[in-house]
Write a protein that binds this ligand. Structure first.
Ligand code: FAD
Ligand code: DLZ
Ligand code: SF4
Length: 511
């Protein structure tokens, strides 16, 4: 029996189910670089370079073990450009008795996989992806009977199920959540830690050259590439985070600082999502630091919640609700994406900083994604499909299963509250409290209207006025709607007019 074992670009894990019963004498591992995956959205140059270089290194590691790897490069003249086309060619080369693959992370690719058996007439074994704590079936069981989902409830169940941070049946420290301690702004006198960067080796250099030639028009600076591309480098990054950043991760989790995109964040998501690290080993490494007394409870709990809670939760929501999930537009958002998302050219310093970080690093931390670029998209009413495509393009860690619920659900409320109880909408005061962006901005967060007013201020109120039919009965929105109820029609009209003038003045389109 010979098996053709197809490993996708985000399945670079030695223990991936595809490889579990591999017979090195008889089987071949197939890996393919294909145009379809590099361009189904115009990914950031660094994201393409990261995935292709990591794939090439992974293939080398398998070969070093004596495993036969059939690796198709992007510039192979016979490359058909798609997973299906390359699998078809490989099946002709190897004449396998069966094809083995682990379920892909994106519904788009799952649709292709579903067509393979009838197309090739070879048995196709699709194995569940066991790199998550919660299987798709277990999430569906948890979700059954619920009309909406809350991460906090799911997270508690996951803590109980896994026993992580549980002592004597109770949450360690007597509370499930220490978020209240995790909202400190960055201290003025503290220098941000250096992120571990890796100089590109020959493989990465050659991929970077390929990307510069072939994807010159894509967003992002390729020369700033500093990501690890091997398992060894990913483990080094995990170690650097666990010992250097994790102890302060909690305290400054929500802080933002101009010119310092990483702060105490892990910067591990590209590695976890592509498979160079597993979620379990990341959590176990972090817990070991806590158990050794080097990481306080607010930091470890905050970190575990991101992975055991949020990451598992968004994946569950994605698979339970796709493909319908991405078609909703609960707030009727219809504005085109402003060009500033691509150029970073705007007097709004917070948006400028978040987009420049993104261009240079293919990274912005969670609060920049949620409360700067996400908040703007929410308040401006950007069409869901356009803002979702932007997020899927620009981050090295972006795959639809994790990007979509974070954007469609968490940031823009386009799912109407399926996964959050209220929109994450905020005015300039929040951004001023959590960052130093406003100190050098052309606008002032303290001014509400007029030419120097922070646009987030009038956009926030105009958003609430425009969306009153959807939001005013939401009990978590009572406070701002109580404030609005004291405004007369003229005042409301002026705010909406200023917001519309501002938004209408923004150029749109890819620049
Ligand atoms: P840290 O802040 O150090 O967190 C540790 C780990 O927790 C991360 O590596 C990640 O694996 C996990 N995590 C944290 N928050 C989330 C979350 N909300 N959802 C899933 N996992 C989480 N994350 C992606 O991996 N890919 C995306 O495409 C993506 N798009 C996002 C879009 C928006 C609008 C928002 C608000 C968030 C998005 N996130 C996405 C979640 C989060 O911003 C990133 O996981 C995080 O910034 C990665 O950086 P880090 O490794 O330094 O994370
Ligand atoms: C993101 C990506 C890119 C840019 N290129 C490839 C590729 O050439 N070959 C490949 O196997 N995977 C690539 N990927 C990751 C895939 O998009 C990912 O495996 C699917 O979206 C399934 O989640
Ligand atoms: Fe952003 Fe407003 Fe602060 Fe300027 S003043 S940085 S636009 S929040």
């Amino acid at each position: 029996m010979t098996a053709l074992r197809f490993v996708l670009g985000d399945q670079l894990t030695r223990t991936i189910p595809t490889l579990s019963d591999l017979d090195p004498e008889a089987d071949t591992v197939l890996m393919v670089e294909v145009a379809e995956e590099t361009t189904y959205v115009p990914h950031h140059k660094q994201k393409i370079a990261f995935v292709l270089s990591a794939m090439r290194h992974f293939a080398d590691d398998l070969r070093a073990e004596g495993i036969q790897v059939d690796y198709v490069r992007l510039d192979d003249p016979d490359n058909t450009g798609s997973f299906t086309g390359e699998l078809e060619r490989a099946a002709r080369r190897h004449l396998p008795d069966r094809i083995v693959v682990t379920e892909p992370g994106e519904a788009r690719v799952m649709d292709a996989v579903d067509g393979w058996f009838s197309r090739f007439n070879i048995p196709v074994e699709v194995r569940p992806d066991d790199r998550f704590y919660c299987s798709r079936e277990a999430f569906a069981d948890w979700a059954r009977g619920r009309r909406s989902y809350r991460m906090e409830a799911f997270y508690r169940v996951m803590r109980e199920r896994t026993g992580l941070l549980i002592q004597g049946g109770e949450p360690e420290g007597g509370r499930w959540n220490f978020d209240a301690e995790n909202r400190k702004p960055w201290p003025a006198d503290e220098a941000p830690p250096q992120r571990l960067r890796f100089d590109p080796d020959a493989t990465t250099r050659s991929v970077m050259d390929l990307v510069s030639r072939r994807f010159a028009g894509h967003f992002g600076e390729i020369e700033d590439f500093g990501w690890g591309v091997t398992r060894a480098q990913a483990l080094e990054s995990l170690d650097a985070f666990a010992t250097g950043c994790l102890p302060s991760f909690g305290d400054y989790q929500d802080a933002m600082l101009a010119g310092a995109p990483f702060l105490y964040h892990a910067t591990l998501s590209p590695y976890i999502n592509a498979g160079l690290l597993t979620a379990r080993e990341v959590v176990d490494r972090a817990l070991a630091e806590h158990e050794a007394g080097r990481v306080p409870l607010n930091a470890i709990e905050g970190f575990v919640r991101q992975i055991l809670g949020w990451r598992e939760f968004v994946r569950g929501v994605y698979w339970l609700h796709m493909p319908a999930y991405k078609t909703s537009n609960a707030l009727g958002a219809e504005r085109a994406l402003p060009s500033l998302y691509w150029t970073g050219e705007t007097p709004m310093n917070c948006m400028h900083q978040a987009i420049e970080d993104t261009r240079h690093q293919a990274y912005a931390h969670h609060i920049n994604r949620l409360m700067i670029t996400g908040n703007f998209a929410l308040l401006a009413g950007i069409r869901p499909a356009e803002i979702e495509e932007w997020y899927l393009c620009v981050y090295a860690d972006a795959y639809e299963w994790v990007e979509l619920p974070n954007v469609h659900g968490m940031a823009t409320f386009a799912d109407g509250g399926l996964m959050s109880s209220k929109p994450y909408a905020a005015g300039g005061a929040y951004i001023d409290r959590m960052s130093n962006y406003c100190t050098t901005c052309a606008y002032s967060p303290k001014i509400k209207t007029g030419p120097r007013a922070c646009p987030f201020n009038y956009l926030y109120w105009a958003f609430l006025i425009r969306n009153a039919p959807h939001l005013e009965n939401n009990h978590r929105m009572t406070m701002p709607y109580r404030t609005l109820s004291k405004w007369d029609a003229r005042r409301k009209g002026e705010i909406v007019a200023q917001a519309d003038r501002f938004l209408d003045s923004l150029p749109t389109g890819y620049a």
